[in-house]
Every structure is written in structure tokens, then in C-alpha cells.
Write a protein that binds this ligand. Structure first.
Ligand code: NDP
Ligand code: 2IT
Length: 450
């Protein structure tokens, strides 16, 4: 172990001791720290001024009660979070997640990742994340609205277009952003479009924001293939999840000539290997009826079939794009993918692969793109939405999609050139971590000890 590796290990031990029980946060920090020894050897000044320690300590953490009344008249209580992690590069920026598994450790892992992801976009956005342990499943529109209004009744005092700009994540889509924006507007009496992103097109939203994360991850995969003289044409792809990111990843794979043969939700997965997942049907079931992938299999009929247990990563594929949630792809899944000849894993979700899975994939020569690079298209397009709001303008779909594709190409190039510079060609994890870290660390050094 080098001097700097030891220093990084000490810093990691400190993070674990200061943040007990927050295992997802520890995992996200560990992944970044594993790349930092190499940076410090080359540029020891990054160990000065407490840069790494400050990066691991959120600038502000807000935890609040969210009381609301359900359709039976019963009072319900949830916990709300907003972790404002780092604002060296711009206002805090990152989504809100509504899911029963949410607790401080999940929000901190997501907020920490967001710092480096947002830095990689090259756009002026800091890192933050928020959410609640509220479970939207099975709730009526009225309940969702009342919950969002109550959540915003506390959150509004902490956010603003120059302060902190939330957006969606798991369980938070266009409907929820609408209710949140409405309540913000009502409380503040300001039509402050730039306070939230992911808005509807008729009230300040941007073209392509809905599609951006899914399209962006596939643009990233296209860059990975192009760098090796290949393309998506005829490739088999498995996409986990069937929410916002998954649906538009499937759409772009199909547009670029690939074939998505399986997708999933928390109830299981569906395989449709005939001519691939029928996106129109899936969108109707998921987007319109908020149904399940099991409904898709039933409606579609044979040869499509639904599997309620087991792993979607057992389905043979050339390319795997996990788009559901953290730690959904473990070392057994990695072994199946490798055995079936998969050559690329690109993370649409945040931290969907366990550290053991990443190790197994990388040592078997599978190209691995970490979420902070591959799924940055969503937040990048959020920053484009903020740009349009600030200039009271709105861009065409074509223009916005082109900007997204250019940003993803830029991130891909930056990862590869940084990996080359550090003697690890093709290592997207190292490239993304170091490029994101140095960008934000330089700004922090310039701004002094704050
Ligand atoms: P959605 O809520 O739209 O969809 C989530 C999907 O993942 C659903 O199919 C859901 O199934 C499944 N899922 C969620 N939790 C679990 C779980 N514990 N086990 C199994 N399946 C699960 O969210 P998004 O598509 O927006 O987000 C998906 C991932 O992408 C997340 O990791 C998010 O952080 C990340 N991401 C999202 C961005 C965005 O712009 N929305 C940007 C960058 C990353 P079910 O309906 O059964 O719960
Ligand atoms: O994880 C993410 O990057 C998001 N959920 C999107 C954040 C945003 O502000 O658009």
C-alpha cells in the first residue's frame, strides 16, 4: 500500500465511523476513494485543505416531518430529506426519490454520487439529493397530491433557482413535479420556473428531459461501441426496470437498431425475444395504467413470458443496462452475464452493480460504464432546462437531443482520456471518478475553506 493509499484508507475509516449504519453511502464513498490514491500520487495538493474530508461531509442536511391525510381520513406521517452536498460548481442539483427504502444513507449515497456526475457534465451544477420513505404504490392521485403539497410546504424554504434545484428520481415523475411546482408557486407567489426540473412542456419544461436519462445511457453505449469500431445494429440488450429510465433506454436501443429482449419491475421480469419488447404496449401499461410487467406478458401472449423469481441477468444478452435500483446486479448476476457472452454493462440506475460484480465484470474484460458517467444525461438535460428557464426560451426536440448526444460524447471522451492519463486505458470507473473529482476539487480549492 502506498502512502496515499493508506491516507485514503484512513479517510474512509473516518467516514464509516462518522456515518454509522449508512451502508449505501459507505459503498459510494469507497468506490470513489478506490480511484483517489492514483490522483494523490500525481497531484498531492488535493490532499491539502481538507478537500476529501469536506467532500464527504454534506454542506447541509435537512430532515423533516411530512404529515398528510389519506383517502380514509387517517393522518399519515412520513420523513422528508434534502441533502445539500456540494455547491462548489453551482446550485445543488439532484432528484427526489419517493420509495419505502429511503433513509438518510440512501439519500447521502445518491447525493455524493451526484457531485461527481454533475461535475462530469461540465455544466454549472452542484450536487444534492432528497426524497421520502413515502410509498406511492397503490396511492390515489389525490393522496399523491396531498403528500407532494405537504412535502413542499417544508422544502420550499430551502430551494430556489440559485440555491437548490430538485427534480425526479424513483417514484417522482412528471405528475409529482407538477404538484410540487404548484405548491411552491402558491406558497411563494412566484412563477420561478428554474426551481424544479422535469416540468411539463406547457409550464416551463424542456423537450427531451423525460427521455434524457434513458437516451443518454444508450448514447454512451453507442460511444463505447464506436470506440471499438462497432455499433448497436443487431445487438441483443437486456434493460432492467420499466420506469422512466428503462422505457427510454429501450426506445433509443430500438431506434439505433438493437433489440431489447427483457425488462423488469420489483415483481419479476418479462422476456420477449420474438421481435423485442413492444414499447407501445409497455408504455401504455406502465405510463398510462401504472401496471406491472406481468400485465405486459399477459397482454402480449406467447412467446413472451413472465418470470416472478430469479434474475433478469440470466437472460442471455450482448449488452446489459441496469435501470432499476442500487445493488440489483450482484456477483452471481455478473457470472451469468459473463458466461452468456455479455460484452458491455452500462449503468442507467445509480450504483446498480455491487463492488464484487464490478470486479468480476472488469477482470473478465467486460466493458463497464459506471452510472455517474453513463446516466448523467438526465441531470445534464435538467441543466439545459434551467438554461431555457433563465433565458425564458424553449428549444426544439432536435436541438436539445443533439446537445444531449454531444454532452454524452464529451463525458465518454473525458473518461477515456483521463483513464489513459492515469495508465488505465479503458477503465471507465477510474476515468469518471478522477475526472469528476478533479473538476470539483479545483473549484473547492479556489473558493477557500468554506
Ligand atoms: P421509476 O420510479 O420511474 O422506475 C423505477 C423502476 O425500477 C421501476 O420499474 C421499479 O419497479 C424498479 N425498482 C425500483 N426499486 C426497485 C427495487 N427495490 N427492486 C426491484 N425493482 C425496483 O424510476 P427511474 O426510472 O427514474 O429511476 C431508475 C434508476 O435510475 C434509479 O436508480 C434512479 O436513481 C436512476 N436515475 C434516474 C434518473 C432520472 O432522470 N429519472 C437520472 C439518473 C439516474 P416497481 O415499479 O415494481 O417498484
Ligand atoms: O440521479 C439523477 O441524476 C437524477 N435523478 C436526475 C437529477 C436531476 O436533477 O435531473
Amino acid at each position: 500500500m502506498s502512502f496515499f493509499d493508506e491516507k485514503v484508507q484512513d479517510l474512509y475509516d473516518e467516514v464509516v465511523a462518522r456515518n454509522p449504519g449508512e451502508v449505501e453511502f459507505h459503498q459510494a464513498v469507497r468506490e470513489v476513494f478506490d480511484s483517489l490514491g492514483a490522483v494523490l500520487v500525481k497531484h498531492p495538493h488535493y490532499a491539502d485543505a481538507g478537500i476529501i474530508e469536506r467532500l464527504c461531509e454534506p454542506e447541509r442536511q435537512i430532515i423533516f416531518r411530512v404529515p398528510w391525510v389519506d383517502d380514509t381520513g387517517a393522518v399519515r406521517i412520513n420523513r422528508g430529506f434534502r441533502v445539500e452536498f456540494n455547491s462548489a460548481l453551482g446550485p445543488y442539483k439532484g432528484g427526489l426519490r419517493f420509495h419505502p427504502s429511503v433513509y438518510l444513507g440512501v439519500i447521502k449515497f445518491l447525493g455524493f454520487e451526484q457531485i461527481f456526475k454533475n461535475a462530469l457534465t461540465g455544466l454549472p451544477i452542484g450536487g444534492g439529493k432528497g426524497g421520502s420513505d413515502f410509498d406511492p404504490k397503490g396511492r390515489s392521485d389525490g393522496e399523491i397530491m396531498r403528500f407532494c403539497q405537504s412535502f413542499m410546504t417544508e422544502l420550499y424554504r430551502h430551494i430556489g433557482e440559485h440555491t437548490d434545484v430538485p427534480a425526479g428520481d424513483i417514484g417522482v415523475g412528471g405528475r409529482e413535479i407538477g404538484y410540487l411546482f404548484g405548491q411552491y408557486k402558491r406558497i411563494t407567489n412566484r412563477y420561478e420556473s428554474g426551481v424544479l426540473t422535469g416540468k411539463g412542456l406547457s409550464w416551463g419544461g424542456s423537450q427531451v428531459r423525460t427521455e434524457a436519462t434513458g437516451y443518454g445511457v444508450v448514447f454512451f453505449v453507442r460511444e463505447m461501441l464506436n470506440a471499438r469500431g462497432q455499433d448497436l445494429d443487431g445487438k441483443r440488450v437486456v434493460v432492467s426496470g420499466s420506469g422512466n429510465v428503462a422505457l427510454y433506454a429501450i426506445e433509443k436501443v430500438h431506434q439505433l437498431g438493437g433489440r431489447v429482449v427483457a425488462c423488469s419491475d420489483s415483481g419479476g421480469y418479462v422476456v420477449d425475444d420474438d421481435d423485442g419488447i413492444n414499447l407501445e404496449l409497455l408504455k401504455e401499461i406502465k405510463g398510462v395504467h401504472r401496471g406491472r410487467v406481468s400485465d405486459y406478458a399477459e397482454k402480449r401472449g406467447a412467446p413472451a413470458y413472465f418470470v416472478s423469481s430469479g434474475s433478469i441477468w440470466d437472460v442471455p444478452t450482448d449488452i446489459a443496462i441496469p435501470c432499476a435500483t442500487q445493488n440489483e446486479l450482484d456477483s452471481d448476476d455478473a457470472a451469468s452475464l459473463i458466461a452468456n457472452g455479455c460484452t458491455i454493462v452500462a449503468e442507467g440506475a445509480n450504483m446498480p452493480s455491487t463492488p464484487e460484480a464490478i470486479k468480476a465484470l472488469s477482470s473478465s474484460g467486460v466493458l463497464f460504464a459506471p452510472g455517474k458517467a453513463a446516466n448523467a444525461g438526465g441531470v445534464a438535460t435538467s441543466a439545459l432546462e434551467m438554461q431555457q428557464n433563465a433565458s425564458r426560451d424553449s428549444w426544439s426536440f432536435e436541438h436539445t437531443e443533439l446537445r444531449l448526444a454531444q454532452i454524452m460524447r464529451g463525458i465518454h471522451e473525458n473518461c477515456l482520456s483521463t483513464a489513459d492519463e492515469y495508465g488505465a486505458p479503458g477503465d471507465y470507473v477510474l476515468g469518471a471518478n478522477i475526472a469528476g473529482f478533479t473538476h470539483v476539487a479545483d473549484a473547492m480549492l479556489a473558493l477557500g475553506v468554506i
